[in-house]
Design a protein around this ligand. Structure first.
Ligand code: NAP
Length: 388
């Protein structure tokens, strides 16, 4: 029997994975046993948190029925005794998505992402039937000065500079799994930027999508105007993660879950899509600015959103960080993923209508609130962009 241990199921990608894994589509396997490691003061609270998140991806009735098929281990990867639950002995597949994804908490990121994963990997060594340990990394382990095309075979370079500590901890985790846990059947799966859902739009979460709306409102692109950005929808990401987890054989031990050169979202296509969806917003004529030229960003931001409150200030800081990433103009090759038979994702321009229409009526600042926890408290003087 396939027994999956999923961590991070109360998060954005983990929720989509669980909804897909338990869904009613033909590839969902009813014989798969799903165990989720969930934080909570007790089992009932953990189950309620999981149900709340699952309900973002499915109708309430379907979510209640689906959650009845999930076993919950109340636990925290930074608390190794909570991983001792004997049900975990039966695990055959791990999909480890739990992480501290914030751009601010350096020490906490290390504790959760590196040390928490180490604790889980130690426990995995005592799962006699384990045949796959899928580690949810990030394509941005390449750091802040990557080549124009990052390959799936590229391992994290220990000397790479990073724009935020979070990506450094994710790179360190991959390196740790490779060197200290070479005996585990680990496969690194690295999404690029995950935003929106092909049919539910931003109902599950507006994470990062607010940034595309804000960039459109400001008419500003950091980096090459003829370039684009690697972004993928969460439901596609979930389908691919479940597919990679359950595929009997994989040819490689690292994959990008990315749009790649073929499905990268070009700024010109995105501008045209915004214009089609929102003609009242006027013609889209994006201009380029260099990340580092924060004056133009600040001025346009103030005109569009004001700078009167803490939310606006946090959003401006968050935009700076994302502009630093987008100025890299990097593409993440996905030939390995395609060779495994997975269809490539749509561009954001293609699924933009869903993201803009659902839910309706939320302002950009309202949507930013979904990511506020990642940026609250980022110091005003952010690190300078790494020189190209
Ligand atoms: N979203 C993206 O664009 C993106 C891109 C590339 C890679 N990734 C990677 O994909 C994974 C999932 O990302 P996401 O966007 O879904 O993140 P998310 O929404 O922030 O969710 C993080 C999840 O990790 C759990 N978690 C945090 N600390 C934990 C701990 N100590 N013990 C157990 N669980 C803990 C959280 O549980 P609580 O609910 O209890 O806090 C939550 O379920 C992460 O590894 C991230 O690095 C994401």
């Amino acid at each position: 029997m396939t027994t999956v241990l999923l961590t991070g199921a109360t998060g954005f990608i983990g929720g989509a994975v669980l909804a897909h894994g338990l869904g009613s589509h033909p590839e969902a396997r009813p014989e798969t046993r799903w165990i989720c490691l969930v934080r909570g003061s007790n089992a009932a609270r953990a189950r309620a948190r999981l149900l709340e998140n699952l309900s973002r991806f499915m109708a309430a009735e379907a979510a209640r029925e689906a959650i009845g098929r999930v076993e919950i281990v109340v636990g925290d990867i930074t608390a190794p005794p909570s991983l001792e639950d004997r049900r975990l002995d039966a695990v055959t597949h791990i999909l480890h998505l739990a992480a501290d994804t914030s751009f601010r908490a350096q020490e906490h990121c290390h504790r959760v992402n590196v040390e928490g994963t180490r604790a889980l990997a130690e426990r995995a060594r005592r799962m006699p039937n384990l045949c796959r340990f899928l580690y949810g990394g990030t394509a941005m382990i390449c750091g802040g000065n990557p080549p124009p095309l990052v390959r799936e075979a590229d391992a994290p370079a220990p000397a790479a500079e990073h724009i935020v500590p979070y990506t450094r901890t994710k790179a360190a985790t991959e390196a740790m799994l490779r060197h200290e846990f070479a005996d585990l059947p680990a496969v690194m799966v690295r999404p690029s930027i995950v935003t929106g859902h092909r049919t539910l739009g931003c109902i599950p979460s507006s994470s990062i999508f607010w940034m595309f709306r804000a960039g459109d409102r400001l008419r500003l692109v950091a980096g090459d105007l003829d370039g684009g950005i690697d972004v993928v929808p969460v439901d596609w990401t979930a389908e691919v993660l479940v597919g990679l987890m359950l595929k009997p054989e994989l040819a490689y031990d690292s994959y990008h879950l990315s749009a790649g050169l073929r499905k990268r979202t070009r700024w010109s296509d995105l501008a045209a899509a915004f214009e089609r969806c929102d003609p009242q917003g006027g013609p889209r004529d994006y201009s380029r600015f260099d990340a580092g030229d924060w004056k133009i960003l600040r001025a346009r931001f103030e005109m569009a959103f004001g700078l009167g409150g803490p939310l606006q200030l946090a959003m401006l800081r968050a935009m700076r960080s994302y502009y630093q990433f987008s100025t890299l103009g990097v593409a993440f090759d996905n030939d390995r993923l395609a060779a495994e038979g997975f269809a490539l994702p749509p561009t954001l321009a293609e699924y933009l209508p869903a993201c803009l229409s659902a839910p309706s009526g939320l302002s950009i600042i309202d949507q930013f609130a979904d990511d506020l926890g990642m940026f609250d408290g980022v110091p005003e003087s952010l690190p300078k962009p790494v020189a190209a």
